[in-house]
Design a protein around this ligand. Structure first.
Ligand SMILES: *Cc1c(COP(=O)(O)O)cnc(C)c1O
Length: 384
């Protein structure tokens, strides 16, 4: 079945009790046993399994072409669970431009816990080969990355990781299974912040791990999910699944709009650089064409005039909303370095844009007026 059809039907069945076409939300935390002690519905207690979570996990596995999925209360809880499924002393190779929260979690929690972590530029295959050791248990990629939209060759790093006997995982949040299917490119695990495009409406926090094989590593992930309890609520599962139903069409529109905005910005004299894998000038463009169906809805730009100019553009937008996060219908603009805080390596003049589902010409008009008199630099306008 094709992605559009899977997105609509995966994890779906009319409710046998009522005929409801849209799934009911099962808030019950506990499920009744039959007189013989069995559980006729297959569920015991909601931390362990819940009908809404099972529907969501089925859909996630189907969309990624995986064997199984585990849903979590947040993307970060999903990352945390993968790391907890390793053992102290294990070595992990992590993309040096992975989501800043991933780096922080590893440095603050998992290094003291005993993981040995090396951050490496995964777009440099020689550096990847040099950093892999016989103790490397996991290679963690994220592509396109955040906020520089760097592109990692998933098939190439998977081959290197497997040669060294390591598992490899991809944070697929920015691409979603509609634009990129890491498991089919050789990755063993896919992780999502379903808070972003999968939920798709900026109204639910969630995460997921999807695996190519339902083997011993996933059994550990499942044990930690169930016994650790960082599970999403039934309503959260319902919201993410509702978001998934329209995901293929939303991703197409996000990508189409982002390409138009990126083309416009690359011609603008106030803009120093545009980072978008859909531009022929992007260093990862060729790989993106090979491993993605479309280059996605996220881009970033660096403006002339440093942090002050970047803050001024963010202050002037009327239609874009100044906020962190991504993947909702509304376009967001964010000064990334100040959100990431001390230690951030993001350029001070960079703005990250989550391109939403508005008409692209309205988005371009808003950026045009916000960038307008940046060349030559005008004094800071006092507004808002
Ligand atoms: C948001 C995000 C996360 C973290 O997910 P939460 O749901 O906020 O915990 C991880 N990776 C990427 C790429 C993200 O954008």
């Amino acid at each position: 079945m094709r992605q559009e059809t899977l997105a609509v039907h995966a994890g779906r069945a009319s409710d046998p009790a009522t005929g409801a076409v849209t799934p009911p939300i099962h808030l019950s935390t506990t499920f009744e046993r039959a007189p013989d002690g069995s559980f006729p519905g297959g569920h015991v207690y909601t931390r362990t399994t819940n009908p809404n979570r099972a529907e969501l996990e089925d859909a996630l596995a189907a969309l990624e072409g995986g064997a199984a999925a585990a849903a979590f209360a947040s993307g970060t809880a999903a990352i945390m669970t993968v790391m907890q499924a390793l053992a102290p002393g294990d070595h992990v190779l992590v993309a040096n431009d992975a989501y800043h929260g991933t780096g922080r979690l590893l440095r603050e929690t998992f290094v003291p816990w005993g993981l040995r972590v090396t951050f490496v530029d995964l777009t440099d295959l020689a550096a990847v080969r040099a950093a892999l050791t016989p103790e490397t248990r996991l290679l963690w990629t994220e592509t396109p990355s955040n906020p520089l939209l760097k592109v990692t060759d998933l098939a190439a790093v998977a081959a290197l990781a497997h040669e060294a006997g390591a598992l490899c995982a991809c944070d697929n949040t920015l691409a979603t299974p509609i634009l990129q299917q890491p498991l089919r490119l050789g990755m063993d695990l896919v992780m999502h912040s379903t808070t972003k495009y999968l939920g798709g409406h900026s109204d639910v926090l969630g995460g997921a791990v999807v695996v190519r094989e339902d083997g011993p590593f996933f059994a550990k992930v499942r044990r930690i999910q169930v016994s650790g309890g960082a599970v999403p609520s039934p309503f959260d599962c319902w919201l993410v699944l509702r978001g998934i139903r329209t995901l293929p069409y939303r991703m197409r529109a996000h990508a189409e709009n982002a390409k138009k905005v990126a083309d416009y910005l690359s011609e603008h004299p106030a803009v120093e650089a545009v980072h978008y894998p859909g531009l022929a000038t992007h260093p990862g463009h060729e790989i993106a064409l090979r491993q993605m169906t479309l280059p996605g809805g996220m881009l970033s730009m660096q403006v002339h005039g440093g942090q002050e100019a970047a803050m001024r553009v963010a202050a002037r937008v009327q239609l874009f909303t100044r906020a962190t996060s991504l993947g909702g219908p509304e376009s967001l603009i964010e000064h990334r370095a100040s959100i990431e805080g001390p230690g951030s390596t993001t350029p001070e003049n960079l703005l990250r844009l989550s391109i939403g589902l508005e008409h692209p010409d309205d988005l371009i008009e808003d950026l045009a007026q916000a960038l307008g008199d940046l060349t030559p630099l005008a004094p800071s306008p006092a507004r808002r």
